[in-house]
Design a protein around this ligand. Structure first.
Ligand code: FES
Length: 296
């Protein structure tokens, strides 16, 4: 289901956004869900697309069953942890509803007049969103429904990529894991940018060892027990930290780290950002050693 969103105050200007951005939508039970903006940057409305997840937590079912034209919803954002970096060419790989952030990216590549190829994987054409909007792109788009026969192996799509081509992929965890392995084998892992739309079950945050966080601006030291997250400890101490997914996929709790080695457990930061060691998602990531110093 596509949802067009306009400001409640007709005169309000909605914030600008770029390809890869998402918004946080408050759903029926008051919790939030992240949805990629998949319309046209600069337009007077925002568009999101929501796949009904029958095994989900109820947010998508609420959108499908309860949200109707004229209703008012609360939104926060946009934020972007999947921004389209400048490059002479792009390879876009979408799995299922992972097409949503890649739609404006492909449009932007065309607008910039740079090479851009999209491969879109899905179960069947009937279940694949936005096929009609992809038709005008002609050869720039290849659609691979399972029902059409064997899908191309991801590694074959990485063969012969021009050296500075960036790879943007959004889809289920299994697809992205396979893609990371293929990119490592092909020597282009550093050019891969991914966005998950759900935390992989096998990689749900596990408890780690106990450590201490120092909040430099406040001059506070807080113990983080092995079975609690840094986020929980901060919230208990009255520190206001924006947080939504609590699974390391939305990026809202990103916090600057001034000292200490980080055990990154999120699904957002690139290998380069991880090795820089200057920020962490406090909902899931922890300390390698016994202390972290945060810019809070
Ligand atoms: S709350 Fe979403 S990454 Fe931490």
């Amino acid at each position: 289901m596509s949802v067009e969103l306009v400001p409640e105050d007709a005169g309000a200007v909605i914030p600008d956004w770029g390809p890869g951005a998402h918004v946080d939508l408050t759903v029926g039970d008051g919790s939030t869900r992240q949805y990629s903006l998949c319309g046209v940057p600069g337009a007077s409305t925002w568009r999101i697309a929501v796949l009904r997840e029958s095994a989900g937590r109820g947010g998508s079912a609420w959108v499908h069953d309860q949200l109707r034209p004229g209703h008012t919803v609360r939104l926060r954002g946009p934020r972007n942890h999947f921004a389209l970096e400048p490059a002479p060419g792009y390879l876009f790989l979408a799995g299922g509803i992972g097409i949503t952030p890649l739609l404006p990216m492909l449009a932007e590549a065309v607008r910039r007049d740079v090479a851009g190829q999209l491969h879109y994987f899905g179960r069947s054409r009937r279940q694949m969103a936005f096929l009609d909007q992809l038709t005008p792109y002609g050869d720039r788009v290849r659609v691979h429904p399972e029902t059409d026969g064997p899908q191309p192996a991801l590694r074959t799509l990485l063969v012969g990529l021009a050296p500075e081509t960036l790879i943007y992929a959004c889809g289920p965890a299994g697809m992205l894991d396979a893609l990371r392995a293929a990119a490592a084998e092909a020597g282009c892992l550093d050019r891969l940018r991914t966005e998950l739309f759900a935390a992989p079950v096998a990689a749900q945050p596990q408890p780690g060892g106990a450590f201490t966080v120092r909040l430099e601006q406040r001059g506070l030291e807080l113990p983080v027990p092995a079975d609690r997250s840094v986020l929980d400890v901060l919230l208990d101490a009255g520190v206001e930290i924006v947080n939504d997914c609590q699974e390391g996929i939305c990026g809202s709790c990103e916090t600057r780290v001034l000292a200490g080695a980080i055990d990154h457990r999120d699904h957002i930061l690139t290998p380069q950002e991880r090795s820089a060691g200057d920020c962490m998602m406090v909902c899931v990531s922890r300390a390698v050693g016994d202390r972290l110093v945060l810019d809070l």
